[in-house]
Design a protein around this ligand. Structure first.
Ligand code: MTE
Ligand code: MO
Length: 541
């Protein structure tokens, strides 16, 4: 693991500075008194107060999904355990590296080889290169988390409870500082009864988590989506670029975890039994029932997490299909229609471009490669009126488009390159799919690797809907950065489909088939990664 020293300093120095300031104040002028409005005990007339059932329930549901989100998110991170501020992801430029490995320069080191094992105690579902399953849990959880959050916000403002969170005067800042100086120097202030009101620092923290941290977590998510950022080019520029968005998404997760740890600690040390009664049963007394039910609730969250891991390993296909039924329609509705438009300039091209996949080993590809692919014929067949075979020269003659675009790998890395090739729409016009054709299958010369097991085997392939294939940034590319495609990057022909993730972009294309339904091909999930690694076939995010 490596964290750049400068970055570490940048991240922790604000915290160190405020703590130091608290000590300096204590040692010089003394601690500011905690304002009386903070310490005065229950003023029963104050409205609103207490914790109604909706608040207690949404608080609990929030906790459950937050835990699932953090665990599945860490699993996604482990698939490319490096965080960058730059969009090129050049090895060595990462600000945080959660792997001991420095990328070797004397041989090919694929992004999949770079993925790390994560203990299933931490990760959901744990182990190595399980990004497909982790994403299903992440996206399913986020739907429920956001849904629960919206209900909470609606009721918060519908019932007046918001007055307990939203500060109504700037006085909260010096008041919160006064409380902070006490905590930081280990002078526990006398606490107000949280059933009626929070202390100033507590209120400000809750306000920050609900109205700043949660929205930022939600907003930084889509900055990583190829479909979304290709529709709204300004969006990833808000954080700066896709990798800054990804880094911030991670740092926001860290802030959530830090908040939860602090929150739980303070709940325990400021009157555990009474506090648990407040938030679990909504009563302001010292009976132990809230504590018992609360601990049972926490055990339930742990149990559900164990079940989530177990289901991911025991019934991965079922989870893939549940996500397909719930998540895919939403992605399709929100992200599938617009045409990808974003292009970059030559000077933006990445100096390094990560590689994925296993080079073809078949004699057929090797002998074609030995002869500079002069003998290559792309076969196009299936549900088309005019099946054809095309040489590379014939492909070039059909039309050429050049685009400089950002590649988004499902693992998290990205890179900008210039691609030239035949717009797929032209090929589709030429072969004329029949009315019952809906999807296009791209078969590779290469085999896939099931990464967690290391099993090599089965033809790599993937599919596109004809609708997506017709979009202007879908190319059969034969050039990268003004050179014929290199062997590593997919010679002689590869797919580019810029509103989707990298795994859809089959390299070393052997043949193209038009089908009615992807169910008829191999295991029927729409691609090698979908069949064997349980990736979702909808690759908009
Ligand atoms: N045949 C084949 N094509 C493939 C893959 C593969 O394993 N085999 N990996 C995919 C993935 S996951 C990505 S991110 C891109 C990477 O393209 P690159 O190696 O040119 O960067 O190729 C895609 N095409
Ligand atoms: Mo990828």
């Amino acid at each position: 693991m490596r964290l750049r020293f400068k970055t570490l300093l940048l991240l922790v120095s604000p915290l160190l500075l405020v703590v130091a300031a608290a000590y300096i104040q204590w040692g010089t002028v003394g601690l500011s008194p905690v304002p009386s409005s903070c310490t005065s005990d229950a003023d029963v007339g104050v409205q609103p107060h207490g914790f109604p059932a909706w608040l207690r329930i949404t608080h609990y549901v929030n906790f459950l999904f937050l835990v699932l989100l953090v665990r599945s998110g860490l699993q996604i991170l482990a698939d490319h355990p490096r965080l960058y501020w730059n969009v090129h992801c050049t090895p060595g430029s990462e600000w945080l590296r959660l792997t001991p490995i420095e990328v070797p320069t004397d041989r090919v080191w694929t992004a999949k080889e770079d993925s790390r094992h994560l203990s299933p105690w931490i990760g959901l579902p744990g182990y190595r290169h399980t990004v497909g399953m982790a994403r299903h849990w992440h996206f399913l959880s986020v739907l429920f988390w956001v849904g629960n959050g919206l209900i909470y916000i609606a009721l918060l403002f519908g019932t007046g409870q918001w007055q307990r969170l939203v500060p109504n005067s700037w006085q909260i800042v010096p008041d919160a500082w006064a409380v902070f100086t006490h905590y930081a120097t280990f002078h526990m202030p006398s606490e107000p009864n949280g059933f009626y009101r929070y202390n100033a620092l507590q209120q400000l923290s809750y306000f920050g988590v609900v109205f700043v941290l949660a929205p930022l977590a939600i907003l930084t998510g889509p900055s990583m989506s190829p479909a979304f950022t290709n529709q709204f080019p300004w969006y990833p520029k808000l954080p700066g670029n896709r990798q800054i968005g990804r880094s911030l998404h991670f740092l926001i997760m860290c802030a959530f975890v830090a908040f939860i740890l602090t929150h739980v600690t303070l709940v325990i040390i400021t009157g555990f039994v009474r506090n648990m009664n407040h938030i679990v049963v909504g009563a302001d007394d010292a009976k132990p029932i809230g504590l018992y039910l609360g601990l049972a609730g926490i055990s339930m969250v742990i149990l559900l997490n164990v079940l989530a891991n177990w289901a991911a390993w025991k019934y991965p296909r079922a989870i893939q299909h549940v996500a397909k039924a719930i998540v895919s329609p939403i992605m399709r509705l929100l992200l599938d229609r617009p045409k990808p438009v974003v292009e970059f300039r030559r000077e933006n091209i990445s100096p390094f471009f990560w590689v994925n996949g296993k080079m073809p080993t078949s004699d057929e590809w090797k002998s074609l490669a030995a002869n500079d692919f002069k003998g290559y014929r792309l076969k196009v067949y299936g549900l088309v009126e005019k099946p054809i075979e095309l040489s590379l020269d014939e492909l070039r003659a059909l039309g050429q488009k050049t685009q400089i675009t950002l590649h988004h790998c499902i693992q998290g890395w990205s890179g900008i390159a210039e691609w030239s090739g035949l717009p797929l729409a032209k090929l589709i016009d030429l072969v004329r799919p029949t009315l019952n054709a809906n999807a296009i299958i791209f078969y590779s010369f290469s085999e896939g690797i099931e990464f967690d097991t290391g099993i090599v085997g089965g033809q790599y392939y993937d599919s596109l809907s004809i609708k997506n294939a017709m979009k202007p940034q879908t190319l059969l590319a034969y050039e990268m950065n003004e050179r014929p495609l290199s062997h590593l990057h997919g010679a002689p022909l590869r797919l580019r489909v810029e509103n989707q993730l990298g795994f859809k972009m089959v390299k070393w294309i052997q043949a193209i088939e038009f089908v009615g339904d992807v169910k008829s091909v191999y295991k029927g999930e729409g691609g090698y990664a979908e069949d064997n690694e349980y990736f979702g076939e909808q690759a908009n995010i």
